[in-house]
Each structure stands twice: as C-alpha cells, then as structure tokens.
Design a protein around this ligand. Structure first.
Ligand code: SAH
Length: 260
C-alpha cells in the first residue's frame, strides 16, 4: 500500500554505566539508526548530536509521560530510541514503556518494540571491586518515590536475614537525605560489623571512586546520586594486597552455618 504510514519502531536501550566502551554494539547500532532519542536529559547528553537525530530530554520524574511520547512518535512512523543508563530493565524505562503499552492505545501492542540490554551499575561496580556478587544476591532501589518506605525496610530486613549480598540503587537524593543512614542502621542490626560495604560512585566515568569499608564504619555521607552501594553477606571477604586496594569477593559456595 503506497499510502501506508512508514513502519515506526521503538527500542528501549541501556547506555551502560558511563564509559562509551561499555555501551554494547547493538545499542550503538540502534542509536545510529534512530530518528528520535528520548530520555532523562543527562543520559541523552551522552549520545553525540548528529543531523537527523532529534533529542527530546526530560525530567527524571516524568517516566510515564516520556514513555507515551515515545510510543506516539513510533506509531507515527519514527524510529525512536528511549535511553536509560545502565540496563533499561533495571529500575528504568523498559518497565515504564510496558506500563504505558498495557494501559494505552491497543495499537501500541502491535508496534515493533524491542528492549536492548546494557551493563547495569551493579555488575559494573562489582567488577571494579572484584567479585562481590559471586553468590546469591538481590538489588533494592532505596527510593520511595514509587513504593512506601515501610516496604523498603521490610525488604532490607528480610534480605539481610536471608544472607543475600545486597546492592542498593538510588541510595540518596536531595529529597531523601536520611534513607541510606536508616538502611545502614537496619543492616548493622542484622549483619556483622566487619561486613564489607562497597561505595562505588560514577563507575567507569572520569569521576569514578570505589571505597570499601566495614559496615561499622559505613556512613551515608559517602554516597551521592551516582553511587551504587553493595553490602556483603556473611561470606563476603577481602583479599588484601600491597600493590592496590583489596579485592572483595563472595565465594561461589556457602557453608551450612549460613543457613542458621
Ligand atoms: N538502569 C540503571 C539504574 C537506574 S537507577 C542501571 O541499570 O544501572 C540510578 C541509580 O543507579 C543511581 O542512583 C546509582 O545508584 C546507580 N548508578 C547508575 N550509574 C552508576 C554509575 N556509573 N556508578 C555507580 N552507580 C550508578
């Protein structure tokens, strides 16, 4: 049909933690093919400008509006990329886009829609420190923008009781300065004071810092909005060395005592 609208598409892509070398070739190809790029301003600023690419930056709190905008443009025949940092399925836009599809125009279900993975902050931070995620772990988003704080506290307590290594995303924001301190207090009440805690900030970007401290000395002021915190399990340990910071790792197997 010559008068048919051009076939649009929507790709939800993860840019990785910061270093362009950690953006996958698959995502780079999708960005090269896009007519429109949508995302939180600082993320889409990481994608170089080029003729033929329209950038639509937005505030970080407007996820569902951003998703609807992307779906509307794709329905009109544009090749749209929605970009998240890290992986788009980890506390990011992929679920927001699917939420908009579920509740939106039924035609959106038939769109050419793909989610492309990226290197998430948790695995990028873990790799810098050694292998702290070598055994069972969980990830908790400390933000209570989208859930009650009481649920965050419950998950922290139960994850600590289950002896998971715990990765904390969104540990602080200007609107929530006290929550990481409260979270660390809960973990201190349930884990040994020597438990290694990794503060990994701006991993793979020029401002990167990685600090490992015992839980007893972990203070919330070490973290900012670009920090991923990893709290070890009862088995997580350090390999000290003279030529550099200790390796932090969690062995692949857990002993019977870990179940008690
Ligand atoms: N989709 C992203 C996470 C978005 S939530 C991902 O998969 O990584 C935003 C949080 O991710 C930040 O508050 C921080 O906790 C973490 N984060 C993102 N990039 C980071 C980086 N380069 N270094 C450390 N933490 C990072």
């Amino acid at each position: 049909m010559s008068d048919a609208a051009p076939a649009g598409s929507l790709v939800v892509a993860g840019l990785g933690p910061g270093d362009p070398r950690l953006t996958t070739p698959e995502v780079t190809d999708a960005l090269a093919d896009a007519t429109d790029l949508i995302g939180y301003g600082p993320y889409i600023a990481r994608v170089p400008d080029r003729p033929g690419l329209a950038k639509h930056g937005s505030d970080n709190r407007e996820e569902i509006d951003r998703a609807r905008h992307a779906l509307t443009l794709a329905s009109a025949g544009r090749r749209v990329v929605v970009a998240s940092s890290g992986d788009p399925g980890v506390f990011a836009m992929a679920a927001a886009v699917l939420e908009a599809v579920e509740h939106g125009d039924p035609a959106w279900r038939e769109l050419d829609l793909r989610v492309l993975p990226g290197v998430t902050a948790m695995t990028a931070a873990a790799a810098r420190a050694g292998a702290p995620l070598g055994h069972d772990f969980c990830a908790i988003n400390l933000s209570d923008n989208l859930k009650p704080w009481a649920l965050v506290e419950k998950r922290l307590r139960l994850a600590a009781e289950a002896d998971f290594v715990i990765a904390l995303y969104n540990p602080v924001s200007k609107a929530r300065p006290h929550q990481l301190g409260r979270a660390l207090d809960i973990l201190r009440s349930l884990r040994a004071p020597t438990t290694p805690v990794i503060f990994a900030t701006a991993v793979s970007a020029p401002q990167e810092t990685i600090d490992t401290v015992p839980l007893a000395e972990a203070v919330a002021s070490r973290a900012d909005m670009r920090t991923l915190v990893i709290v070890g399990s009862s088995q997580t340990r350090l390999i000290t060395r003279t030529g550099g910071p200790a390796f932090v790792y969690t062995p692949r197997s857990a002993p019977a005592e870990a179940a008690s």
